[in-house]
Design a protein around this ligand. Structure first.
Ligand code: S3P
Length: 441
């Protein structure tokens, strides 16, 4: 789903941000809700689904493989699944747009079905490495022909029955873990993933919720996740909590724009996702949790964020998996802290929707912030709370999080910050600019 025309946008500084907003549904959970509902027999109902382009790409692909997916006027999604093993041969290529999660998880699903699917994507997705899923899925018997470098477009011919494997993740990736577990759903016997570094566990939670036989145990080198295949999934009623990765922008905006006081409602606080909250609190952010509750089997709270003086920290590298998507906006917070923030151990940022280390270095430098680029992170000199100079033009590089992080930087800049293209924001956060307007009013 390439965007027709670039949408440039210039952001002027904000006086203060105030009010309440409700972040849209969690992207990771939304993808999984559609996929598993599409494999259950009967009607599942999903409330709070993120209606961003990435998730809509997953919905289109599941429809193309036989699921019936409808949305009613109250924004409730109703899905009639085909049953595990029941995916149909899609007639055309599956266009994954910008979405790495759709691609890697669906490759897992197709790998153990007797169908062949071609996966295509936009320029950003076509540059991202798929070898990390090609390798384990090939071991399970899938036949995959990829473009040079293990990239999209690629064609995947599934094998049924596939071969169960035990796979130790060589890279901390929830997408790779999920691809293998989803392939295991339609594979006879036990498929096992060993995860030396814990990553987001939404797949495990939701697979168990749909009735799959899944166990998670500690092992000598990490978490051992085992799934028994040829599972029968039972339809569910799912409420998707708000996305902490979307809330992240307001956590930082509220912290750095003087005088701000905002409440972000409905934020998912699954401990595998809260690294940014931990890092911001280490920096001195004033973020409190209100009305802690459980939504759809996940911990959720409203977050009250008030402006605070931030201090530079060395970001603990072991937070990386639980804040991997939040580094771009963490780098923005560091630009306003007193002292030099050092964030290392986040090598994976090089292979996201863009090379987020290079992209954020360029963004910050273009706006007068001094930084040093490391192979696995950035060091950033903060202003001690003063506005950054601003005045730069930023390239969003088909990356929603670079676009939104740059917007947040512009909210406390001496001169306006221009982003060359904010169209990618629609992949994960279609209401972002409306909500920003609400907070600035
Ligand atoms: C995701 C996992 C992470 C994350 C991505 C969503 C998921 O990717 O960056 O935005 O839903 O499983 P990796 O598995 O590549 O770390």
């Amino acid at each position: 789903m390439p965007h027709a025309l670039p949408q440039p946008r210039t952001i002027a500084h904000a006086e203060r941000l105030s009010g309440r907003l409700r972040v849209p549904g969690d992207k990771s959970i939304s993808h999984r809700a559609l996929m598993l509902s599409a494999l259950a027999v009967g009607e599942s109902r999903v409330e709070g689904l993120l209606e961003g382009e990435d998730v809509l790409a997953t919905a289109a692909a599941m429809r193309a493989m036989g699921a019936e997916i409808m949305r009613d006027e109250e924004c409730i999604w109703r899905i009639h699944g085909v049953g595990v093993g029941g995916l149909l041969q899609p007639t055309g290529a599956l266009d994954m747009g910008n979405s790495g999660t759709s691609t890697r998880l669906l490759m897992g699903l197709v790998a153990s079905h007797p169908i062949t699917a071609t996966f295509t994507g936009d320029a950003s997705l076509s540059g991202r490495p798929m070898g990390r899923v090609i390798e384990p899925l090939s071991r399970m018997g899938a036949d995959i022909t990829a473009s040079p470098g293990g990239r999209l477009p690629l064609m995947l011919r599934g094998l049924c029955p596939a071969v169960p494997i035990e796979y130790t993740l060589p890279v901390a990736s929830a997408q790779v873990k999920s691809a293998v577990l989803l392939a295991g759903l339609n594979t006879p016997g036990i498929t096992r993933v060993i995860e030396p570094v814990p990553t987001r566990d939404h797949s495990e939670r939701m697979l168990a919720g749909f009735g799959a036989e899944l166990t998670v145990e500690p092992g000598p080198i990490g978490r051992v996740i085992s799934i028994r295949g040829e599972a029968e999934l039972k339809p569910q009623q799912i409420v998707v909590p708000g996305d902490p990765s979307s809330a992240a922008f307001w956590m930082v905006a509220g912290s750095v724009v003087p005088g701000s006081d905002i409440v972000i409602e409905n934020v998912g606080l699954n401990p595998t996702r809260t690294g940014l909250l931990t890092a911001l609190r280490m920096m001195g952010a004033d973020i409190t949790e209100q009305d802690a509750r459980i939504v759809g089997g996940e911990p959720v709270a409203d977050l009250r964020v008030r402006h605070a003086a931030l201090s530079a920290i060395e970001v603990p590298p072991d937070l990386a998996p639980s804040m991997i998507d939040e580094y771009p906006v963490l780098f923005v917070s560091a630009a306003f802290a007193s002292g030099r923030t050092v964030a290392r151990g986040a090598h994976e940022l090089r292979v996201k929707e863009s090379d987020r280390i290079a992209a954020m270095r360029a963004t910050l430098e273009a706006n007068g912030v001094a930084c040093i680029e490391h192979e696995d992170g950035l060091s950033i000199e903060g202003t001690g709370g003063d506005p950054i100079p601003g005045g730069g033009v930023v390239a969003s590089k088909l990356d929603h999080r670079i676009a939104m992080s740059s917007v947040i930087a512009g909210l406390h800049a001496a001169r306006p910050v221009t982003i060359d293209d904010v169209a990618p924001v629609a992949t994960s956060y279609p209401s972002f600019f409306d909500q920003l307007e609400g907070l600035s009013a």
